[in-house]
Design a protein around this ligand. Structure first.
Ligand SMILES: [Zn+2]
Length: 232
């Protein structure tokens, strides 16, 4: 069972009652606080839990609120950049220069309009997709040749939950969000999937192979990768 209510301090709260939950679970998701309650939890329990953790979660909610994309918005990463510039026309126009995407927007654009923000977020993803398509398959091929791996096919996904995967038919799938990572970490993921063409598991021999192709840095690269999010 799920419901939403409004708390004077913490704003909109999504409450789910889950018969399997043993404790009250609170988390910040998509800009609001979500609470999972065991069936027996009372209203007082809920309010006490909010008092304990609400402030911290509210901070996370604010941090997770997507940044407004306007004329001054900019993403600058090693392998992808996206910025906006007012154009002369009455339509949006994307310009690419290698890994650099510039969106020309009409002078009449209303950045405060939520529909416009939605459109701009979609356009930003399209730009990332475009640059990733140009870059990632080539990079995979280069690394495969360099280290003597072979794979069947490569495809790109807009996955935010996985950086990549490799099927037992040696089809490699890569997330377009890899394009937001520094090269050494994106390469780590590509090599990880390439190693799966030889070792389909995460056994000791898999990690030995990973170490061979990363100068013994496989585990430290994996740790470093964990600090990056699959998002903008
Ligand atoms: Zn793996």
């Amino acid at each position: 069972m799920e419901k939403r209510e409004f708390h004077p301090t913490y704003g909109e709260i999504k409450i789910t009652i889950n018969s399997r939950a043993r404790n009250i679970i609170l988390r910040a998701r998509e800009g609001i606080i979500e609470v999972t309650l065991p069936p027996r939890a009372s209203r007082a329990d809920l309010l006490a839990a909010l008092d304990r953790h609400g402030e911290k979660l509210l901070g996370q909610c604010r941090a997770n609120t997507p940044a407004t994309i306007d004329g001054s918005y900019k993403i600058v990463r090693e392998n992808f950049s996206f910025s906006l510039q007012q154009g002369g026309g009455s339509r949006y126009l994307m310009r690419y220069d290698g890994a650099k995407a510039t969106l020309l927007y009409p002078a009449t654009t209303d950045f405060s309009d939520e529909k416009t923000q939605e459109l701009l977020r979609r356009v930003r993803t399209t730009a990332l997709q475009h640059v990733a398509k140009e870059h990632l398959p080539q990079r995979l091929k280069m690394l495969a040749v360099k280290y003597g791996f072979s794979y069947n096919a490569v495809s790109l996904r807009s996955s935010r939950t996985r950086w990549g995967s490799c099927s037992n038919r040696k089809n490699i799938s890569l997330s377009i969000y890899l394009q937001l990572l520094p090269t050494h970490l994106s390469d780590y993921v590509l090599l990880h999937e390439l190693c799966h063409t030889v070792e389909m598991n995460h056994s000791a021999s898999f990690w030995a192979l990973m170490d061979k192709v990363t100068d013994g840095k496989a585990r430290s690269l994996r740790r470093e990768l964990r600090t990056f999010a699959t998002a903008f």
